[in-house]
Design a binder for this molecule. Structure first.
Ligand code: G3P
Length: 215
């Protein structure tokens, strides 16, 4: 499983990139707005200069023609921009046109296997299954990821499955076990993945013992 950072915060993206473990970034309008009044193009271009892999930038229009136009504009900002498009009738129309032009699309707000199948058939490079938001309404979000993995494998569909809306480190473990190609994780969760109290205790003990050898 690969890890993307789910953030539009430049400092977090720089810090995470230094660890050498993230191979992409996903943003959405809510994440961008968290950063205050920013210029969208400047933010996306800066993220693309920090991270080599896919950087998802979401369209903020709803009609197919407007989505296609905006997607082409976003795609022109950097070679590694992936266009995030919500799964709607207009979204699917736009995805199929853009995919034929070779533009990478991340179909977002995906909550069911049926939606994921449609995204793959339309030609999306990625489908983002929103695990946490499904859990929030009493559904098993990771079961949708697992079903999608199994069905895509069974039919040889090449679209990559992103476990999104990740809320805690156990979601990352479950996403890996379910066979998600990618988990897109907030910075705080990335840090939680790294931490283990026994690692901290172990380091303290090693350093204390080493002092005895060297003093
Ligand atoms: O990238 C979008 C997704 O991860 C959103 O997460 O926490 O707002 O449900 P959340």
């Amino acid at each position: 499983m690969r890890i993307f950072l789910d953030s539009a915060n430049i400092d977090q993206i720089r810090q995470a990139a230094k660890l050498g473990v993230i191979s992409g970034v996903t943003t959405n309008p809510s994440l961008v707005s968290k950063e205050g009044k920013v210029d969208y193009q400047t933010v996306i271009k800066e993220i693309c200069s920090i991270v080599d892999g896919s950087v998802s930038a979401e369209v903020v229009v709803t009609e197919a023609k407007a989505i296609i136009e905006q997607a082409r504009e976003l795609a022109s900002w950097a070679p590694n921009v992936t266009i995030k498009i919500p799964v709607t009738t207009d979204g699917l129309q736009a995805i199929s046109v853009l995919a034929k032009d070779g533009i990478s699309v991340n179909m977002t707000l995906c909550f069911s296997l049926n939606q994921a199948i449609l995204g793959a058939l339309a030609g999306a490079s990625y489908v983002s299954v929103f695990v946490g938001r499904l859990d929030d309404v009493g559904h098993d979000g990771m079961a949708v990821v697992k079903d999608t993995v199994d069905v895509f494998k069974g039919y040889g569909l090449k679209t990559q499955i992103i476990a999104a809306s990740i809320r805690h480190p156990l979601h990352c473990v479950a996403a890996a076990k379910a066979g998600a190609h990618i988990a897109t994780v907030p910075y705080a969760v990335l840090m939680q993945m790294l931490q283990h109290p026994l690692t901290d205790v172990g380091i303290t003990r090693f350093l204390a013992d080493w002092k005895k050898v060297s003093s």
